[in-house]
Design a binder for this molecule. Structure first.
Ligand code: ATP
Ligand code: MG
Length: 444
């Protein structure tokens, strides 16, 4: 029989052999965020469509072309989240977090959904690690959020990322820049794609982000936002740069980054890898000082970033970054006969209560087939349980790596042997971690 229903195009299964890598990445990211005082927020995968129209912006590609939007059975329009900030802002307001201590610092790891053309590093379901910091107007906050992303890359051993930084102004100076763009693009209207011609009246800054090569060529000569910034925005940008320099976070100014979502003000940034192909931006973010108010809340300046985890994993694999070894089955109990099978089940329960991963036969196999299975599992140790072992209360514990065997008394001797090997393993792990941390610091 052939499989007739396949996974949706642009989605990926994470198989058991790979999921350890994902768990490791997520753990390190959340742990890094915690060091900066960011705690996890979990929001639903779908929201009222209006939330994204109003926050992400209804002239953006994300809202116009990429959202998974449908009516539920009650006739309400809902959308799968295309990004994490909108839901975070909604939850922040809905739970009155703006009345609690500010800045409020949150992070999340969540699936995002965009109807895009699938290719390497571009999926329809992808995952983001994101952070948001609410109630922090100071340039120190921009540097803090950027430094958090840099620390996260560092913690995972990722190297050679280029941090590009820009300011895209505020409601005081943006209109003048928009007008300058409108004038420029109107003069080149005939060359633009249909979508960009529409953008010309509604949101000319979006043209700068168009992926069509023709529009990109026109945009390359467009006026630069940095020539139109007001004094406050300039001072803010200088402040961010000073704080980044003080922390030793290297960056380059790129007056051409604008970002694909409407809500950004002032600082925008991207971390770009030269180890990826066309989809080279691993992390993007910026400040969105007007968004909370625009969503019906008080004026709360805020900022954040989104990091694409599929792209992050691609960079890590391309760079040969270290991943922790998957923990295999610690001990496999191979019973022979019904009485031994009951004893093996009992022993497994006891070992698991002590925190050891233990497995036994669930397929009614003979000894040879069981040992083959234990081998495939990568079991560290095996114990054969037959009538003799049950009668003596002793068995042979075999180290599958070295082939070494020794007699243990059941169950205490077995337990203490496993504890000994656990301690040895933990010491080795600790040494390896210390060594790689030390090497990383040396490299710096
Ligand atoms: P791009 O220019 O690559 O389309 P974007 O500007 O749309 O990116 P953001 O909305 O800022 O991206 O999302 C933040 C990060 O999420 C990106 O830098 C990228 O790492 C990741 N990302 C965005 N869209 C996708 C996707 N379709 N598939 C995989 N990762 C994605
Ligand atoms: Mg995009």
């Amino acid at each position: 029989m052939a499989l007739t229903v396949h996974a949706i195009k642009g989605t990926q299964d994470v198989l058991p052999s790979q999921s350890g890598r994902w768990q490791y990445i997520e753990r390190r990211l959340i742990e890094t965020a915690r060091l900066y005082g960011f705690r996890e927020l979990r929001t639903p995968v779908f929201e009222h469509t209006e939330l994204f129209n109003r926050s992400v912006g209804d002239t953006t590609d994300v809202v116009q072309k990429e959202m998974y939007t449908f009516d539920d059975n009650g006739g309400r329009s809902v959308s799968l989240r295309p990004e994490g900030t909108a839901g975070a802002v909604r939850a922040f307001l809905e739970h009155g977090l703006h009345n609690e201590a500010l800045p409020a610092k949150i992070c999340y790891v969540s699936g995002c959904y965009r109807y895009e053309k699938p290719q390497a590093g571009r999926l329809r379901e992808f995952h983001q690690f994101g952070v948001e910091c609410f109630g922090a107007p100071s340039p120190a906050a921009d540097a803090e959020v950027i430094a958090l992303a840099a620390s996260a890359f560092d913690a995972l051993g990722v190297r050679n990322l280029r941090l590009e930084l820009n300011s895209i102004g505020c409601p005081a100076c943006r209109p003048k820049y928009s007008q300058a763009l409108k004038d420029y693009f109107t003069a080149h209207e005939a060359e633009l794609c249909d979508t960009c011609r529409e953008r010309l009246t509604r949101n000319p800054m979006r043209i700068l982000d168009c992926k069509s090569p023709v529009c990109a060529a026109v945009a390359a000569k467009a006026p630069l936002v940095t020539d139109y910034l007001c004094e406050d925005c300039r001072a803010h940008q200088r402040g961010v740069e000073a704080h980044l320099n003080a922390r030793g976070v290297a960056f380059i100014n790129n007056p051409r980054i604008v970002r694909g979502l409407d809500y950004y003000t002032r600082t925008v940034f991207e971390f770009i890898s030269s180890d990826l192909g066309a989809q080279a931006t691993v992390c993007g973010g910026g400040r969105y000082d007007g968004l909370v108010e625009q969503m019906g809340g008080p004026s709360v300046p805020a900022l954040g970033f989104g990091m694409g985890l599929e792209r992050l994993l691609m960079v890590m694999e391309a760079q040969g970054c270290p991943f922790p070894e998957d923990k295999p089955c610690q001990v496999y109990l191979a019973p022979m006969g019904d009485a031994a099978s009951l004893e093996a089940t009992r022993l497994c329960g006891m070992l698991r209560d002590e925190g050891f991963s233990a497995e036994t036969d669930l397929a009614g196999r003979g000894l040879k087939a069981q040992m083959k299975y234990a081998n495939k599992l990568g079991a560290r140790y095996t114990v054969v349980l037959g009538e003799q072992e049950l009668a003596d209360g002793k068995a042979r514990l075999k180290n599958m790596g070295t082939g070494e065997e020794r007699e243990v008394i059941l169950p205490d001797g077995l337990l203490s042997a496993l504890y000994d090997s656990e301690i040895e393993g933990a010491l080795n792990d600790l040494n390896a971690t210390l060594e790689s941390d030390w090497l990383r610091k040396e490299e710096k």
